[in-house]
Design a binder for this molecule. Structure first.
Ligand code: ADP
Ligand code: 5GP
Length: 202
């Protein structure tokens, strides 16, 4: 069985990355989220093992020291990381994986793995980003300010991504993200390897 495709999605907080991920996830049977580990407290409605695996600082540190993370980073005062074992198991089972990670984590994955597809989501403006953060109602004022301060620096990193999607009209942005996923399934070496297998070309 051929490996799945790794899609790495980054965005400043409030751009709509979670909303878009959920919208496209329903459309592709083989697409699965990678569930990160975090020291952040669960928001109301979040469940351990669904949005994140919520762990304490000591356990996070243990995993770092044991080399269990494919990438990890401090983001807005909390720690987040992706388990190497979980990621490898999903990809080798043929699943496509959608990773929702920050720009530091994406850079670590880019330098350690081949073949990932990097997608950056931007809000239509900083004002809209702030409105969305406030409308979500999940953060206190200090956390909102920290996220907004980080946004401009994160957006600078969009240059190194394969695709940039401006999330203005939600359905249009979701359609664009779905199109990227569909197009990557028809792209280059990955597909040719499959064709070689089918037609026994080597
Ligand atoms: P992120 O995961 O990037 O931090 P979310 O997906 O949680 O952002 O979105 C932040 C808020 O903005 C949510 O309340 C969401 O419903 C809203 N939102 C996301 N995309 C749009 C959009 N295109 N138009 C209007 N509201 C949006
Ligand atoms: P939130 O606390 O709003 O869920 O996420 C805050 C930020 O952490 C987002 O930019 C999100 O992409 C990022 N993030 C979530 N999981 C991971 C992870 O496993 N690794 C890294 N590097 N960033 C993550």
């Amino acid at each position: 069985m051929s490996e799945g495709i790794l899609f790495v999605l980054s965005a400043p907080s409030g751009a709509g990355k979670t909303t878009l991920s959920n919208l496209v996830m329903d459309h592709f049977q083989a697409l699965t989220p990678s569930i990160s580990y975090t020291t952040r407290k669960a928001r109301p409605g979040e469940c351990n093992g669904v949005e994140y695996r919520f762990i304490d600082h000591a356990e996070f540190e243990r995993m770092v020291n044991a080399g269990e993370f494919a990438e990890h980073a401090d983001v807005h005062g909390n720690r987040y990381g992706t388990s190497k074992a979980d990621l490898d198991a999903l990809l080798t089972s043929g699943k496509d994986v959608l990773m929702d990670i920050d720009v530091q984590g994406a850079a670590q994955i880019r330098s350690s793995r081949k073949g990932g597809i990097y997608i950056f989501i931007v809000p239509p403006s900083m004002e809209v980003c702030e409105e969305r953060l406030r409308a979500r109602g999940a953060e206190d004022e200090e956390s909102i300010q920290r996220r907004l301060e980080g946004a401009r620096n994160e957006i600078k990193e969009a240059e190194s991504y394969d695709y940039i999607i401006i999330n203005d009209k939600l359905e249009l942005a979701a359609e664009t993200l779905r199109s990227v996923i569909v197009a990557e399934h028809a792209g280059g070496e990955r597909v040719f390897n499959k064709v070689e297998e089918i037609f026994q070309l080597n």
